[in-house]
Design a protein around this ligand. Sequence first.
Ligand code: GDP
Ligand code: MN
Length: 381
Amino acid sequence: MDLYEYQGKELFRRVGIPVSDGRLAVSPEEARAAASSLGGPVVVKAQVLTGGRGKAGGVKLAEDPADAEQKARDILGLDIRGHIVRKLWIEKASDIAKEYYLSITFDRGEKKPLFMFTTQGGVEIEQVAEENPDALIRLHVDSSEGFQPWIARRLIYGGRVEDASEQKQIASIIEKLYKAFVDFDAMLCEINPLIVTPDGEVKALDSKFTVDDNALFRHPDVSEMRDTAAADPLEAFAREKGVTYVKLDGDVGICGNGAGLSMSTVDVVAHVGGKPANFCDLGGGGNAQGVVDALEVITRDPQVKSIFFNIFGGITRCDEVARGILEALERLDMSTYPIVVRLDGTNAQEGRKILADAGKPNIYPEATMLDGAKRAVELAR
Ligand code: GDP
Ligand code: MN
């Protein structure tokens, strides 16, 4: 789950990383009020879950409250790489002497957290990595050792930070960023830019914070930060129902059990010339209720013309899935959907018999994944 800048900064603040004072605003009037309560010049910042806001006109300095109101009017409603701006973060403006970059992310290759630091901040980090690779200091952390003071020193000396006061402040921020990364089960904590003010104060001017979805149950306060209004309504509904679902663009609704089989099903439907409408995974223990929930989500997508159930029973029992399909037919209005069902593995015989005995005209049994995909694509036309 990606957090907005203001939410990431709230977590920074909690671990003691210095950030500027600010307020959230959703209208030009609120932006004006926020600016007058903060006092002095402010920055009006679009809150969207994408980077490069500055370049896209989503970050603007304002001299006074009236100016903040005007800048808010300009920024609200902007489309930044497909994200419409509905919220603003009004922050006390900072004077900038230097812009650095600091991040910690999870390096899946090395299976270790990775710190990156450079004094060439303010630009895209990919650009630094390409044009000036020596200026980008990379350092893995051994999770079993955890944070050690030498880690901060190596990053700081590697980046040639010479000022003693800056060194001290950055070392403390590095240690706190590691704490934030671990404490909140983050996948990424990035500060770009990490600024030094003309007075020599170091602070986080921006934040990019991604928390591991699988750890959200341990952080109800972070989980609450999810902006359901900005999420795809169908995906939000799926999440509510506990269904693993990703909306795609086609017309063949897909339901498999296990992420691997579900993804293969998406591929096979595309391979035979069809267009998958979604990815949907019933998971390992798919029971009848899970099937009903999945079908409720899939049929909310108006693009869906046919549905392909591809089940290979291991832990999942095919008779249970069959019962779920029949139950869904009872409870939801599904008479307009042709449903192709391929059942194999545990209790496949029983499952197929349950479906055959029900004699539903819109259920099409198929024996293999390939034939099932072909049939579902045909029926979608
Ligand atoms: P991003 O473009 O989405 O990464 O948004 P940032 O929060 O990083 O802001 C983009 C740029 O705006 C920064 O690199 C700064 O140069 C500038 N900026 C942001 N806040 C301030 C501020 O308080 N004072 C000044 N002078 N510039 C700022
Ligand atoms: Mn930034």
